[in-house]
Design a binder for this molecule. Structure first.
Ligand code: SF4
Length: 314
């Protein structure tokens, strides 16, 4: 899309282990508009976090293109990448390990402002107190330390730190998966409120399709370094086309603890990207596999309005 805030095209990230090549991300294309959430789901080892890190240049991509607000991110010199990080932030899965235990939460959040030379000391402190109010922690906890908070409150501090530089795009990397179900909903609601207020774009990563349903406008399903299905949230949840998406949906725990569903468990592990299966990467685990599935690679193709899948059955 011409005016997307973020356009990622044919992104690849390979790691080299001796003579082996690990194709952690292998040709991923997607875009995110302003005020939009792209939910990226898949099991552990599917490459979702590597995509996010490559987009932010925390890992240097092997090839592909990342354009953010018209700027070619992969072509920028390091100095400009650092400046771009003001606009592209990340919220981590484990809030406690991402917060320095020796520093007060006020100092942790203020550090981001200080590094970028923003404001006087007094202005920075007032801004941090405002941010602590904004995320629901409360300004009076400026001098508290991370271990004094619950997991949910720690994640709110992580969100305040991500917001400090007034970014336009935030990677949310499994931001609720270490939290209790009731707290997960509160953090998701907070992220939604902040998006509406500031027009933020999110790349929201989760291994659980149910978690991303409420927040996402578009969902991409990753398997072994590739997107195997991409679609508007409605299409993915009402008409999942790829057998992997169908099984992921049926096997996901419910966000609503009262909801009952017949859970189907996905058999086997994600194969190693060092030695991926021939043909369709999902064929060893697919209940619908056919002879051609182990020989030919299905490509992502349009199967409906705003809906693509990589499967011979679609
Ligand atoms: Fe299953 Fe074949 Fe479709 Fe792959 S291409 S998901 S193995 S039916």
């Amino acid at each position: 899309m011409a005016n997307s805030l973020l356009q990622v095209t044919d992104l690849k990230k390979y790691f080299y282990q001796g003579k082996a090549t690990v194709k952690a991300v292998d040709g991923v294309t997607f875009q995110i508009d302003r005020n939009e959430t792209f939910g990226m789901v898949g099991e552990s080892g599917s490459g979702k976090t590597t995509v996010a890190r490559a987009v932010l240049r925390l890992h240097e991509p092997t090839s592909g293109q990342v354009v953010f607000d018209g700027r070619d991110v992969l072509a920028l010199p390091d100095r400009e990448v650092r400046a771009l990080r003001r606009e592209m932030q990340i919220i981590f899965q484990d809030p406690l390990s991402s917060l320095n235990p020796m520093m007060s939460v006020g100092t942790i959040i203020e550090d981001a402002l200080k590094i970028h030379g923003i404001g006087t000391r007094a202005e920075r402190e007032e801004e941090v107190r405002r941010l602590l109010d904004l995320v629901g922690v409360g300004r009076k906890f400026y001098h508290a330390f991370p271990h004094e908070f619950s997991g949910g409150q720690q994640q709110r501090v992580g969100i305040a730190r991500a917001l400090a530089l007034k970014p336009r795009f935030i990677v949310c990397d499994e931001p609720v998966s270490s939290l209790d179900l009731s707290i997960q909903a509160q953090i998701l609601n907070l992220l939604e409120e902040l998006q509406e207020r500031f027009g933020l774009a999110y790349l929201f990563i989760s291994h659980n399709l149910k978690v991303v349903e409420h927040l996402s406008d578009v969902v991409g399903v990753m398997y072994l370094g590739k997107l195997v299905e991409v679609g508007d949230t409605e299409a993915i949840y009402r008409r999942p086309a790829h057998p992997y998406t169908q099984i992921l949906l049926a096997s996901a725990p419910q966000m609503d603890p009262g909801a009952r569903s017949k859970r189907i468990l996905l058999e086997g592990e994600v194969p190693s990207p060092i030695d991926p299966p021939s043909g369709c990467p999902f064929h060893p685990r697919c209940p619908h596999r056919m002879a051609r599935c182990s020989e030919e690679v299905p490509v992502l193709k349009q199967i409906g309005s705003g809906h693509q899948a990589a499967c011979f059955l679609t």
